[in-house]
Every structure is written in C-alpha cells, then in structure tokens.
Design a protein around this ligand. Sequence first.
Ligand SMILES: [Zn+2]
Length: 110
Amino acid sequence: MSRNKARRFGKKKVMRQNIAKERIKILLAQAETQALAGEMELANRYASLARKIGMRYQVKMPRGFNLKFCRKCLSFLVPGKNARFRMTGGRLTRQCLKCDSYYRLPIGGK
Ligand SMILES: [Zn+2]
C-alpha cells in the first residue's frame, strides 16, 4: 500500500491547526483562571504561549483575544485590574493600564 504518498499536505495542515486551536483554547482558559487567582505572571505566560502557537500554526486567535491580551507589553488583561473597558459609539475600547495602549473592537451589527 502506498497511502502515505497519497496523503495530502493540506489535510494535515488543517488537522494541525485544529489541534493548535484546541491548545489555544485550553491555554487561554488557564490564563483566565490564573489571572483571576491573581497570578498575573502565570497568566501572561499562558497567554503568550497561546499567541505563539497561533502564530506558528497560522491560526486566527479567537474573537476578543486582543481585548484580553495586550500586544504591546504582552500582558494578559483583566478588567478593573490592569485594563479599562469602555463603550464608545458602537465600539468597545480596551485600554491597557500598564503600557497605555488602546485596542478597539467594533461591536454591533446583528
Ligand atoms: Zn500593554
């Protein structure tokens, strides 16, 4: 049998991306748990790990990830702790209190 030769790269890539997506989900959940427990360093580590996996496997991060993660100072953000959230004209604005960077997510539509 020569099924190994017939194996397509595309399919393999999708499979890897699915595994990567699962890992990202788990890491982000762990980051959240650690952040709520006050373990910000661990939370940052989990979140940046999730981001690294996303970049390596070219997986799009879940919607809202950038609200919770500061790309500039690579911190996992917790509202009321190290981040401020505000609604302005159909947009959700997230401010990182550590490095003062902003991220805006358009909200609305349906
Ligand atoms: Zn920041």
